[in-house]
Design a protein around this ligand. Structure first.
Ligand code: MG
Length: 293
């Protein structure tokens, strides 16, 4: 299944995407609670939906039974557009140099431990949202990445059980001010300002639940700029696999439902300019498109 945040009439709603419609989960819960006996999940935000995911497909099934052919009419959001599919309270943990070819192109050694850094969740912007080229920037590069969304609280998880913590997958574009990044690396400073500027994390359009992605370590990642293929790779070439990353990160901090791990760019990094349209595409998931303005 696919879940998303959509915006309609200025209001953000967590939804399930079903038959091309955005189903308002909270509205289903409210209406069923009025009509039928029983407790129904309350989900005003996407993290609440992830936390209560065990109950939500059951509730939708029940609503389809009760409302029959009227279900989609009653509960689909009118004229939705995609919002950011993660909560503003979520952590975004990113990987540096998680593909050997990308490590080589930056002149770095292949790391023997994951290289982690963070992005603030308010850098996240949705599918089709314009990204403003920062006024001070001299080179910005897109980085197409598989993003893992955590499904449950996890701390000190074993490598073997790492994938049990996953809720699903989405697409991230870890846009980077490359010249600032290199300058900060050279000075021994953290990667901070180069990775955290407004709009530097397009993400979405939606989250695909893990059942639909049987093998997250065999997905094709592509980056298109103005319709032309520029980067192509496969998640099988990740140096540190998702289960290992979850185990490694959860040794140091607790991961919560809705937190995101962006698993690093494939090789082929190159700059983009104002006016460019950037599409990150991942097989089994979809396409994330943003224009640079
Ligand atoms: Mg990256």
């Amino acid at each position: 299944m696919k879940i998303a945040t959509v915006v309609s009439g200025g209001i953000e709603k967590p939804v399930v995407l079903d038959e091309g419609k955005a189903i308002d989960v909270q509205l289903v819960s409210d209406v069923l609670s009025d009509l039928e006996k029983g407790e129904y999940p309350v989900a005003y935000g996407i993290n609440e939906m992830i936390e209560q995911w065990d109950e939500i497909p059951k509730m939708l099934k029940k609503a389809k039974k009760v409302f029959g052919g009227n279900f989609y009419n009653l509960f689909s959001v009118k004229r939705p557009r995609f919002g950011v599919p993660i909560s503003r309270a979520s952590k975004i943990i990113c990987l540096g140099k998680n593909y050997a070819e990308h490590a080589k192109e930056t002149g770095a050694e292949i790391p023997d431990e994951p290289i982690l850094f963070g992005k603030f969740s308010d850098c996240a912007v949705p599918h089709k949202f314009p990204v403003k080229y920062p006024s001070y920037a001299t080179r910005i590069d897109p980085e197409p990445e598989l993003a893992v969304v955590i499904g449950k609280e996890c701390k000190n998880v074993s490598v073997k059980k790492g994938l049990d913590c996953v809720f699903g997958y989405t697409i991230a574009n870890d846009i980077t001010e490359r010249n600032l990044e290199y300058a900060d690396m050279k000075a021994g400073h953290p990667w901070f300002r180069s990775k955290n500027f407004n709009g530097s994390m397009p993400i979405g359009p939606y989250i695909v639940t893990k059942e639909e992605v049987k093998d997250p370590h065999n997905l094709t990642i592509e980056l298109y700029v103005n319709g032309k293929l520029r980067q192509k790779g496969n998640t099988k070439d990740m140096i540190f696999k998702i289960n290992y990353l979850i185990s490694y990160i959860s040794k140091y901090l607790t991961l919560y439902p809705g937190d995101v791990i962006s698993t690093g760019t494939i090789s082929g990094i190159a700059p983009i300019e104002k006016g460019d349209t950037v599409v990150c595409k991942i097989s089994k998931i979809g396409s994330l498109e943003n224009k640079i303005i």
